[in-house]
Ligand binder design. Sequence first.
Ligand SMILES: NC(=O)c1ccc[n+]([C@@H]2O[C@H](COP(=O)([O-])OP(=O)(O)OC[C@H]3O[C@@H](n4cnc5c(N)ncnc54)[C@H](OP(=O)(O)O)[C@@H]3O)[C@@H](O)[C@H]2O)c1
Length: 216
Amino acid sequence: MVSKERPYVIINCAASADGKIAMPDRRQVRLSSKEDFERVIGLRKWSDAILVGIGTVLSDNPRLDTKDEMSKQPDKVVLDRFLRIPKDAEVFNGGSKVYLLVGDDIDRDIDRENAEIIRCRTIDNLIDLRDALTKLREKGIERLLVEGGGEVIWSFLREGLFDEFMVYLSPVVIGGRSSPTIADGEGVRKEDEIIRLRIDRVERLGDGILIRYLKR
Ligand SMILES: NC(=O)c1ccc[n+]([C@@H]2O[C@H](COP(=O)([O-])OP(=O)(O)OC[C@H]3O[C@@H](n4cnc5c(N)ncnc54)[C@H](OP(=O)(O)O)[C@@H]3O)[C@@H](O)[C@H]2O)c1
């Protein structure tokens, strides 16, 4: 159910069997099967906006569209506290609106017609997600798809700001202590801070499995 305070949030990611979401040098790797890719496109069509962190923009340079010119393209949202996004980033192509969520002390602008800067409060030098979601909701975004990367997913999970958390596990192993994982960030400090989830659904999809977690 969509609330008036924040959008309905689905976090989605694809990981290896060992929980990695990219190569040890952070390079992008295709982990979704054809069937999962189609599911992700369906989620993108469902969403009003797709959100990623600036880390994902800088390493993958994704376009974040529905790969279907006939469908309405979702808006894009980038968490970019210091406005580091390059002017020629792929997210600006495709015509839809790109909301750049920056810190409230940033007074620079960006010369891209479809970009809109939203200044947000910061906590520990990161964008305050509660403030960010309130502002996105005020922009009319009711359904938000969070696509990563590991730092951003961790922040959404830690703050409990999600409704569904979907993980596609591909039957491959990447390994490497520096490979980004599903949830990076600081991690919990104490056992009682562990984020507990409930498995709502498990299904085989192509050669991997899709798990849908809900909050416990
Ligand atoms: N397999 C998948 O499904 C998938 C999907 C997406 C990405 N990836 C992979 O993930 C990797 C990139 O992930 P990443 O963890 O390096 O970067 P990220 O999560 O995309 O972005 C993290 C950056 O976002 C900014 N940020 C601002 N507010 C934040 C907040 N509240 N919480 C967290 N971050 C915030 C910070 O940079 P500033 O301080 O500069 O603002 C932070 O360093 C790449 O290797 C990519 O290939 C995989």
